[in-house]
Design a protein around this ligand. Structure first.
Ligand code: NAD
Length: 333
């Protein structure tokens, strides 16, 4: 365990938080939860090309910036006297395979900018998420351990492995207290996911409710690790609020929620929508899914900072169906 060299001490809690990628699937819900906990005026949402919802835009400070332009990000950090950054802006796996150059430039360039800003301005803490995409075919696919060989088969995965190493380096070299988890596929009901390999696990709910039909882009027997959004937000904030003395790693903690096949998900949805029919037409994303873990061993996160998920497939499906059915009835889906 290394001493925190360059950080502002002895603060115990973030005071002014900046969230990049705030209009994204995770950022939009994380920003709202952080505003509840830390006060709306203390959480600055940073958006880019995606239009923010009215709720997000009006509930607290909102700025536009390209995270690849360090100066524009730095200006916002200074203007609000930011001490903590949740850096969520990124290109995801499926989009990244279609444009690997963009994935490298955005994912690595923006992380480097954020870590440099944290170093230069001696920020209190940084959150940056890795992904199960950091693993590749050389890692065990069942109960994938925290420590294993990381040779991903996608450019997105390459940026996650390189990003984990960069975060660890900034901690050791400069004492930047950067923390991260390897998110599995995230399922949520507010904002649609933006180009990942697990997007089918969200789209299937929308299509089941709207049309009672869905064509899934991975095979019926494809099993991947997933997590429901309330658990994703909990993992993120719990990790960031843990005392530094308990945090032993600064790359990415394995965190598990649940694992299920596309067929099992469709069967669970059918319990609520009996006429629902799911067809399977695998595309280029099948190859990505086949290179990822099927289940995750998160014993290190459980031991070090008390991680424990609350949702399984049945509880998540019930909640998703209730929330999306309500939006459908209100003409808002
Ligand atoms: P998302 O695609 O929904 O949102 C990303 C946001 O980044 C978008 O709102 C976009 O406007 C913004 N962005 C893109 N280019 C930008 C630029 N140049 N400057 C500023 N902003 C820019 O992504 P998400 O699903 O919310 O993911 C957030 C983080 O979590 C990412 O690092 C992703 O790799 C990681 N992750 C997500 C999942 C998942 O299932 N959603 C799984 C594993 C890891």
């Amino acid at each position: 365990m290394h001493a925190l060299k360059g950080c502002r001490m002895p603060e115990k809690r973030a005071k002014k938080i900046l969230v990049t990628g705030a209009t994204g699937q995770i950022g939009s819900e994380l920003t709202m939860e952080l505003r509840k906990r830390y006060g709306s005026e203390n959480v600055i949402a940073v958006g880019h090309s995606r239009k923010p919802s009215d709720t997000l835009f009006k509930s607290g400070p909102f700025e536009f910036a390209d995270v690849n332009e360090k100066e524009s990000l730095e200006k916002i950090v200074k203007r609000y006297d930011t001490d903590t950054i949740y850096h969520l802006a990124a290109v995801l796996s499926a989009t990244g395979e279609q444009n690997p150059q963009l994935a490298w430039n955005l994912n690595m360039g923006s992380l480097y900018n954020v870590l440099e800003i944290a170093r230069e301005h001696r920020l209190f803490r940084v959150f940056w998420p890795s992904s199960i995409a950091a693993f590749g075919l050389t890692a065990p696919r069942v109960n994938t351990p925290q420590e294993t060989v990381l040779i991903p088969g996608t450019m997105y995965g390459v940026t996650k492995v390189a990003g984990e190493l960069l975060c660890n380096y900034y901690f050791i070299k400069y004492g930047v207290d950067v923390r991260g988890v390897r998110y599995p596929g995230i399922v949520s009901s507010e904002v649609l996911p933006g180009g990942g390999t697990t997007d089918y696990a969200v789209a299937i709910f929308y299509e089941a409710i709207k049309n009672k039909r869905y064509t899934c882009f991975v095979r019926e027997d494809t099993v991947l690790p997933m997590m429901y959004m309330p658990d994703c937000i909990k993992a993120t904030i719990d990790l960031m609020e843990t005392d530094p003395s308990r945090i032993k790693r600064h790359d990415g903690y394995n965190v598990a929620g649940m694992s299920f096949s596309a067929g099992e998900l469709a069967a669970e949805i059918k319990k609520y929508i009996p006429g629902f029919r799911c067809d399977y037409k695998p595309d280029f994303r099948q190859r990505i899914a086949d290179s990822w873990p099927m289940s995750i061993n998160d014993s290190v996160a459980r031991k070090e900072w008390g991680w424990k998920p609350r949702y399984d497939l049945a509880a998540m499906t019930k909640d998703m169906i209730e929330k999306l059915s309500k939006r459908f009835r209100e003409g808002n889906l």
